[in-house]
Design a protein around this ligand. Structure first.
Ligand code: MRU
Length: 349
């Protein structure tokens, strides 16, 4: 069974603290929207769909804490909470998508009064969580036949149950294939600087008995050259209208390597990850995180004090390197633009 990333319990948001995995399985209990914002910023919870769900629950918590009885001042305060939550991490569009959905609930129900709207917001956040798990299972179903018996699949970062409400996107496809394909095995890149591949993907797959081998990021090219990888599947934080994909830093490098070696490079993502407002990947904001994530490791210096550091958390893979995008509504192959427009319709971000 996949791990429970996030839950709503007695008007609290309970988050599996991913900073502490795989050493410890501990939970953070958030009692306010600002506690949820902090959990997203510090990556106690991470992964595009998971932070969308956390933001929705954060809004529900925030709403419960607002004392205003009239809708207009209530909504003003809630909108300011939305703004803070939205700024927590800029690249994954699921955050904005979830917040807009929550605001839509307020606007559609304002005549019912503030207390009723609060209840509806809690229900909406729970619906977003439940729908996300269902969506991931559909992505798994759509993508499973891209994986054949005895395939070795490379994945980057963590696009699993931990990055979503449950089941996962890229790991969802692998999970589903694992159910009926014999001999599949996964190569997990460690994913510097925060090691989501080593700490989270390897943990998630191991506890389910799905064979996984860990490599350092710079080993992927060698393994591809040796013919040891059959396909790559990764997740996405935001996909532009032309099919350019923003995902964890290093995805671009892997996609180029895959093309050079004739290896299919698949992206698995829900429709909530598509940004219909971005024509190309150049319009996607890339989060730049703290230098210490690169220059230190668990409190130890890895480089001279004061060293200049760059730490972009994501990169954009141009669509020409993407073999197909697996969504809950089907597999989209190049040329992407027209088909993506049809498929994202009203559900896109
Ligand atoms: O910085 P992170 O750990 O939030 O980055 C996560 C990723 O890049 C995932 O691949 C992406 O969010 C897709 S998760 C289904």
């Amino acid at each position: 069974m996949f791990p429970k990333t996030i839950a709503w319990k007695d008007n609290r948001v309970v988050i599996l603290d991913q900073r502490r995995l795989p050493d410890e399985e501990v939970y953070v209990e958030c009692q306010s929207a600002s506690a949820v914002t902090e959990a997203i910023k510090t990556m106690a919870i991470r992964g595009a769909p998971a932070i969308g769900i956390a933001a929705a629950m954060g809004i529900a918590l925030g709403a419960l804490g607002i004392g205003k009885k009239n809708f207009t001042p209530f909504y003003q305060e809630l909108s300011s909470i939305c703004k803070t939550l939205k700024a927590a991490r800029p690249t994954a569009i699921n955050l904005r998508w979830a917040l807009e959905r929550m605001k839509g609930v307020c606007e559609a129900n304002k005549e019912k009064g503030v207390e009723a709207v609060k209840g509806l917001l809690v229900n909406e956040a729970l619906a977003i969580l439940a729908e996300d798990i269902e969506t991931n299972k559909r992505i798994g179903e759509q993508g499973k036949d891209l994986i054949h018996a005895n395939d070795t699949i490379l994945t980057h970062c963590n696009a699993g149950a931990l990055a979503t409400g449950g089941y996962g996107t890229a790991l969802g496809v692998i999970r589903r294939a694992w159910e009926d394909r014999k001999g599949i095995t996964v190569i997990a890149t460690e994913t510097r600087p925060l090691l989501q591949g080593a700490r989270l993907t390897a943990w998630e797959l191991t506890r389910e008995g799905i064979p996984v081998t860990l490599i350092a990021d710079n080993m992927a090219g060698y393994l591809m050259q040796q013919g040891e990888i059959n396909l790559c599947i990764v997740g996405a934080d935001r996909i532009a209208s032309n099919g350019d994909v923003a995902n964890k830093i290093g995805t671009y490098t892997l996609a180029i390597l895959a093309k050079e070696h004739g290896i299919p490079f698949y992206v698995a993502a829900p429709l909530s990850t598509f940004d219909r407002g971005a024509k190309t990947g150049a319009e996607i904001p890339i989060e730049e995180r703290e230098a210490s994530e690169v220059s230190t490791l668990w409190g130890r210096c890895l480089a001279p004090q004061g060293i200049k550091v760059r730490n972009p958390a994501f990169d954009v893979t141009p669509h020409r390197y993407v073999s197909a995008i697996i969504t809950e509504k089907g597999i989209v192959k190049p040329p992407f633009e027209k088909r993506l427009k049809q498929i994202t319709g009203k559900d896109g971000g």
